[in-house]
Design a protein around this ligand. Structure first.
Ligand SMILES: NC(=O)c1ccc[n+]([C@@H]2O[C@H](COP(=O)([O-])OP(=O)(O)OC[C@H]3O[C@@H](n4cnc5c(N)ncnc54)[C@H](O)[C@@H]3O)[C@@H](O)[C@H]2O)c1
Length: 279
């Protein structure tokens, strides 16, 4: 490893189990010499296995519901106490749609569920940054990263109201990133990651077919959770100090594709079987 985060202090949201993208980021950040606090919603602590990760990375866990300003204030105060100073990096790796969970179609949402999903998946990013900003908790040249998905720009019908949440999340990165950059030299970016087999990812209808499709469409294939962690580490490191207000695609090239030869030949085989055989 490269000691890219030697001496840096962070807060990592969203490690639920060993498949979580945040889990891999925590493992990689530890390998690169960082110390950090792990956090998740109190209910996720009971369901997941975060204490295993804490032990492995020598970290402490501070529970916080990312929709509660009180929890976030306590998290940031405690983190600075535990880590002995201001924060260098923050990962927001949080997403949840109640409409997706309950199987409500996009055209027929329960708007109370929509509001909850929006609060958890998008507004929480504003809340986290707002608390860090008010408390002046970030070191200069610190880095804040949230995870997004390409449904923020393009239509993926089964991604449901999460598409709208991701669009809002990416907009917050730009709008808050301006003030964080101007006033505190802190950078803010989102990473738009390939479909990844995690608890949140697998909750999307038709996920298996979709991940296989993306794999065939992308010249480099889908990016794994571990590869996403590597990219995130680079954004936390001092090697990317002037990258800010960006939505960065980490998807094996999927976002710039129209169609691939692999997808085309599957389509031709199904639609024009005779022609494919050369008859
Ligand atoms: N898996 C994919 O295909 C994929 C693709 C692109 C982007 N993403 C994004 O990556 C991020 C991480 O998801 P993941 O795929 O690792 O799945 P995951 O299920 O492992 O992580 C989601 C996390 O959000 C946490 N969370 C939910 N409600 C919360 C709350 N109120 N307060 C604090 N935390 C809360 C969960 O406990 C969980 O740890 C999400 O933003 C997701 O949208 C995932």
């Amino acid at each position: 490893m490269y000691n890219l985060l030697k001496g840096k202090k962070g807060i990592i949201f969203g490690a639920l189990d060993a498949n979580s993208i945040a889990w891999k980021v925590a493992e990689r950040a530890h390998e690169e010499g960082a110390t950090f606090v792990l956090t998740n919603a109190p209910v996720a602590m009971r369901l997941g296995t975060i204490s295993e990760l804490a032990e492995k990375t020598g970290s402490q866990v501070v529970p916080a519901d990312a929709t509660s300003m009180m929890d976030l204030e306590n998290l940031i105060d405690k983190s600075m106490e535990i880590l002995g100073g201001k924060i260098d990096f923050v990962l927001h790796s949080i997403g949840m749609s109640v409409n997706v969970r309950r199987g409500n179609h996009y055209t027929n949402q329960d708007y109370n569920f929509t509001k909850t999903g929006f609060d958890v998946s998008a507004l929480s990013f504003h809340r986290v940054m707002s608390m860090l900003y008010k408390k002046d908790a970030m070191n200069e040249w610190g880095s804040v990263v949230a995870l997004s998905y390409m449904a923020a720009q393009r239509v993926f019908p089964d991604y449901n109201d999460m598409a709208d949440n991701k669009a809002y999340l990416e907009s917050i990165a730009r709008s808050f990133g301006y003030f964080f950059g101007r006033d505190k030299n802190v950078r803010v970016n989102t990473i738009s990651q390939s479909p990844t087999p995690t608890t949140a990812g697998s909750g999307v209808k038709g996920f298996d077919g979709f991940i296989a499709y993306a794999e065939k469409m992308s010249p480099l294939g889908n990016a794994t959770a571990l590869e996403c962690a590597d990219y995130t580490i680079s954004l936390f490191s001092d090697l990317t100090k002037k990258v800010t207000l960006q939505n960065l695609f980490h998807d094996g090239g999927f976002s710039n594709m129209g169609v691939s030869t692999a997808i085309m030949s599957d389509f031709m085989e199904r639609e024009f079987p005779e022609e494919e055989k050369g008859e």
